[in-house]
Ligand binder design. Structure first.
Ligand code: OOG
Ligand code: MG
Length: 252
C-alpha cells in the first residue's frame, strides 16, 4: 500500500472515530516512512482548512516510555482544531479512547528557523505554561510500535494550555499533577521530562531544523508528559497543575 493510502487510513480512522489494526501488522515501514505518513495525514487535515499551531514531543519521560513500551523520542504536529480553551469541553464522542497527560508548553515570541543554539532558542520563547495533552491512538487497544505511533501523528488529538507566564518562570523541577474530578491520579516533577523541560524545547528546535520546518511566532511546543497518561470518561473533569504555573482544566 502506498504511504498516501496508509495516511488516508489513519486520517479516516480519526474522523470515523474507529480504531484500526496497527499498520506494522501488514506493512513493513521504516521510521522515515512513518514520518512521511504522518506528514501526509496532517496534510489532509490542512487541506480541510486546519492550520498548524506547533509541534509536540513524546516519550520524553521514563514514565511514558514504560507505560507504552517505546523508548525513542518522537514528535508530531499540532493543529488549531486540536486546541481546546481552558475550561472548555472535549467532545468525547469525537475520540476513540482518549487519555490525558500533564505537560509543559512553550510559546514562541519569534520564529524558530534553522540551526539555533540554546540561548537563541531561549530568546525565541516568550512564555511557558502548564498544559494538558489529550492523546487518542487510532490503533486498537492503544497498542503500537514506534513506527505505528509516529505514522499516527504520535496519537495527537487535543490540547489545552494553562495561563501563559514569562519564560523566566522556573519550570526545571516543579511538582506537576494530573487530577480527575479533583482527585490527583498522578503526580511527579517536571524534571521527569528529559531531566528539564527546556531540553525538550532544544530537542524540538533541533528536530525542526533537521526537517527544514520553520515555526512562526505564536507557535506552541509541547514538551511531553511528565507522568503516565490516564483514561477519562464523559462527565469527568480533568486538570493539570504545576507549582508556580497554575492549572488548566477541561470537561470531558
Ligand atoms: C504517544 C504520544 C506520547 C507523550 O507526551 O509522551 C506523548 C502515546 O503515548 O500514545 O504524547
Ligand atoms: Mg504528550
Amino acid at each position: 500500500m502506498t504511504l498516501e493510502k496508509l495516511a488516508a487510513r489513519l486520517d479516516t480512522a480519526a474522523r470515523a472515530v474507529q480504531s484500526i489494526a496497527q499498520l506494522s501488522e501488514k506493512e513493513s515501514i521504516s521510521l522515515e516512512e512513518a514520518y512521511q505518513i504522518q506528514r501526509l495525514s496532517v496534510d489532509r487535515r490542512l487541506a480541510r482548512g486546519e492550520r498548524l499551531t506547533g509541534i509536540k514531543l513524546g516519550f520524553t519521560s521514563v514514565a511514558k516510555m514504560q507505560q507504552m513500551g517505546v523508548n525513542d523520542l518522537i514528535w508530531g504536529r499540532l493543529t488549531d482544531k486540536m486546541a481546546i480553551p481552558t475550561n472548555g469541553k472535549l467532545r468525547m464522542s469525537e475520540y476513540i479512547h482518549p487519555r490525558a497527560e500533564p505537560e509543559i508548553a512553550f510559546l514562541l515570541q519569534s520564529p524558530l528557523r534553522g540551526a539555533m543554539n540554546e540561548s537563541a532558542i531561549r530568546a525565541a520563547v516568550g512564555s511557558v505554561a502548564v498544559a494538558l495533552e489529550i492523546i487518542d491512538s487510532r490503533y486498537q487497544n492503544f497498542k503500537f510500535s514506534l513506527e505505528d505511533v509516529v505514522a499516527d501523528n504520535c496519537s495527537s488529538a487535543a490540547y489545552a494550555i494553562g495561563p501563559w507566564l514569562p519564560a523566566n518562570q522556573p519550570i526545571e523541577d516543579v511538582p506537576i499533577a494530573l487530577s480527575i474530578d479533583g482527585q490527583i491520579v498522578h503526580e511527579g516533577s517536571s524534571s521527569a521530562i528529559l531531566g528539564n523541560p527546556w531540553k525538550s524545547m532544544y530537542a524540538a528546535a533541533r528536530i525542526l531544523a533537521e526537517n527544514d520546518i520553520e515555526l512562526a511566532a505564536g507557535s506552541i511546543i509541547l514538551a511531553g508528559a511528565a507522568t503516565p497518561a490516564v483514561y477519562h470518561s464523559p462527565g469527568q473533569t480533568v486538570t493539570a497543575a504545576a507549582s508556580g504555573l497554575g492549572a488548566v482544566t477541561i470537561f470531558s
